[in-house]
Design a protein around this ligand. Structure first.
Ligand code: PHE
Length: 389
């Protein structure tokens, strides 16, 4: 009798052992998610190298500053934040493997990234399947947060950004004829071109030429020659700084004198380096201006300069700072590092005072915020105006 019992107990513990071992593969048992002590592992995936390396570098500095600040205050509910970062080398496939590593290997409880909408769109399904909240600081294509209820952003979206620049062109610059040059390999570019056109034509403007290129192209002369023949008063190029500088230089060589217009993708300390003086007087929309007189912005700019050798934070750094702080606030309010509880707290974010504006997460997990228009003068991006949603 006793022997039989002992055998069953042994058998039961073997079965239990197997069940536990299998359970180890499930999201709820990952190290970060189940630990209630020790550092809180947070993942960051960005382009630290490749064609848009300044996006990743700037964003990470903002995230780093926010993390150092919270850890200096003792962390969240007594636990420090430990950042785990992965470089996706400005590549969408690499973005998928980056978040997979962060989730499976590092057991992160949430993920910050990416900047480029195409890369956020590639990685978001992995976060969603694993029920790990992802916050994009700056991907503006509407589809990003439509991937699922674990995917958030702290920036405005492109139907708004496109309308902002279209209105500025039609009502402030008073131009009637605009050409559009789109990067067809880039979801952000394709979307922003479409939203710009919709509003610009609604306001009575005319799109006199529509041309395209692909990220990495070195020569845009054929498209620019066709654009020149259509005689536009401005050229809208919703691309990344990596190509915009070259496009502008080649346009000037071809004798095109009209201003260029663009979106947030122009924001980089490398833009003017690539363009020389070809973008002098051109305009682009963005999330923030470091020239703002808002005391919260000025405090952030001062802290950032002090931490990073006098560097002036661009919009990417500001959005990285806001995304990290919104995550930390959600973890604090959740009172837990359980990813699902963090998700629920993120969804409740209301009136958070960010350096890029007050942030309320809406029912679609987007933020509704103002945009700014900046003008390129010399090496600087000068503040022109703010447009409310
Ligand atoms: N909004 C861009 C995208 O979705 C990324 C970006 C944001 C680039 C801010 C520069 C500054 O792809």
């Amino acid at each position: 009798m006793v022997r039989i019992c002992a055998k069953s107990v042994l058998w039961l513990s073997v079965v239990t052992g197997i069940v536990f071992a299998l359970g180890g593969c499930k999201p709820a048992s990952r190290p970060g998610a189940s630990n209630s002590s020790g550092d809180i592992p947070v993942g960051v995936y960005l382009s630290f190298t490749g064609s848009t390396a300044t996006f990743g570098e700037s964003t990470f500095k903002g995230i780093q500053l926010a993390t150092e600040e919270i850890n200096a205050q003792g962390g969240i509910n007594g636990r420090k934040i430990a950042l785990h970062k992965e470089d996706d080398r400005s590549d969408a496939q690499e973005a998928r493997s980056a978040v997979t590593k962060l989730i499976q290997r590092d057991g992160v409880v949430a993920v910050l990234g990416e900047v480029a909408s195409s890369r956020s769109l590639a990685a978001a399904p992995i976060c969603q399947e694993n029920k790990i909240p992802m916050i994009s600081p700056s991907s503006t294509n509407p589809q990003v947060t439509q991937v699922g209820d674990y995917i958030f952003r702290v920036c405005f979206i492109d139907p708004f950004q496109g309308a902002v620049m279209a209105k500025f062109a039609a009502e402030t610059l008073k131009v009637k004829r605009v050409a559009v040059l789109t990067d067809v390999k880039n979801d952000y570019s394709v979307g922003l071109a479409k939203y710009f056109k919709e509003t610009f034509t609604k306001l009575g403007g005319q799109i006199v030429a529509e041309k395209s290129y692909s990220e990495g192209d070195p020569d845009f002369r054929a498209q620019l020659t066709a654009i020149k023949a259509a005689n536009p008063e401005a050229i809208f190029v919703p691309g990344y700084y990596s190509e915009v500088g070259t496009i502008a230089r080649q346009a000037r060589e071809l004798g095109i004198r009209v201003p260029f217009l663009g979106g947030d993708g122009w924001d980089s300390p490398k833009l003017v380096e690539g363009a020389g003086n070809a973008l002098e007087g051109s305009y682009f929309s963005n999330h923030y201006s470091h020239e703002s007189t808002d005391p919260a912005v000025q405090r952030f700019v001062a802290k950032f300069k002090q931490r990073f050798n006098g560097e002036v934070p661009d919009a990417l750094a500001a959005l990285g700072y806001d995304a990290a702080n919104i995550l930390f606030d959600a973890i604090r309010r959740a009172g837990s590092t359980d990813p699902t509880k963090i998700r629920d707290a993120l969804a409740q974010t209301k009136d958070f005072p960010g350096v890029t504006g007050r942030i309320t997460i809406d029912a679609d997990r987007n933020a509704v915020k103002p945009a700014v228009i900046l003008q390129i003068r010399g090496k600087e991006f000068k503040y022109v105006q703010t447009i409310q949603p």
